[in-house]
Design a binder for this molecule. Sequence first.
Ligand SMILES: *Cc1c(COP(=O)(O)O)cnc(C)c1O
Length: 468
Amino acid sequence: MRYISTRGQAPTLNFEDVLLAGLASDGGLYVPENLPRFTQEEIASWAGLPYHELAFNVMRPFVAGSISDADFKAILQDTYGAFTHSAVAPLRQLDANEWVMELFHGPTLAFKDFALQLLGRLLDHFLTKRGERVVIMGATSGDTGSAAIEGCRRCENVDIFILHPHNRVSEVQRRQMTTILGDNIHNIAIDGNFDDCQEMVKASFADQGFLKGTRLVAVNSINWARIMAQIVYYFHAALQLGGPQRSMAFSVPTGNFGDIFAGYLARNMGLPISQLVVATNRNDILHRFMSGNRYDKDTLHPSLSPSMDIMVSSNFERLLFDLHGRNGALVKDLMDSFKQTGKLSVEDERWTEARRLFDSLAVDDEATCATIAEVYRDCGELLDPHTAIGVRAARECRRSMAIPMITLGTAHPVKFPEAVRQANVEEPQLPAHLADLFERTERCTVLPNSLTDIQQFVAAHGNRGKPL
Ligand SMILES: *Cc1c(COP(=O)(O)O)cnc(C)c1O
């Protein structure tokens, strides 16, 4: 499989190089040159397979030519065998023909484990083969950091540096990062906010001299391998509920548009999906696009669903690429002008095309808590605030009661106790594998909000705690 950039200028790469590349050299995002397509019969023949075998069938075309079937199978079995629920992504029924797919049975209790557990193992596989080491740098306001650290903790060839804003992530989220001890794991608390962290990571990618030739790898949601891994659970859900012989609708709690874009790809690969609901919090740039063709940058509104607090949606560019007939030059012009003006809209026919599949809703904190309370009262399920936003949007945007509606349950409620408290329902408990989280030893370095200090720290510790 070959990958091309959404801005049409960067070199075409194979899967291994895309995994290590992150952003394309022209500023675009990598997408498959040709999306694989499965027949109904083929998809139907996967019914009843364990999750890792389904994952192999769905993802195999994307990695073809870069990794052997046997190696890929072994990696997938190891990845999803580490989840704490044997169904990996179990479905729970909320109401008539309405479901939540629980994507929080991985080590850090959020759906990001589906991709980052795989990404860490794939990185190690390719780096061992190449005899190379890499440094990963990432900024987090919570979920991504812990999932990335958990995904890379056993990687022989990776040193990972995760920056978070000092005293500005929840205690559960901080402890999920800082209690993973290893000489290749480096938590840095910055005296600053999340944007400061992100800016320093961006600046480090732009000028990598301080790394003395070591490659820097990105694990944020623009990495193609993350999108790829998320396609699988759409097939999994459909196969549990009578697909592909009947179509499905999904509602997806959305920030950077990675998770829902995977659903869009599943549909283009042959899975009958009749509706995708973009569920956002007050940071609603995507809702404003879907409802009124206005993708206009706004200020950041901190919310009870912090993993969806974004100003722009980095993966939206991948959808724009398809909406514009995969014309990279057009996308480049659009993105350049968006960078200057902070505004973007598309031609009417393109927007109408998007609206055939996508609906959207923005849900504020009050409605989020009301939904947590309502679902708890009606069926005893405790939702996290992100999932609650998904359920609310699913109910308000649903086009057909005859089509199963599946909301992606993106996090375990114990990660976001504040919203659950405000909803006035039972306090969630930590699952067994994290029960002693509050007693574990933490390791973290607090650094000033200074790019030089951060880069010196990385250079001094980037080789399993030793200098590069
Ligand atoms: C990351 C995250 C999201 C948003 O996913 P995107 O792929 O960025 O749209 C939603 N919910 C939770 C709990 C998350 O961690």
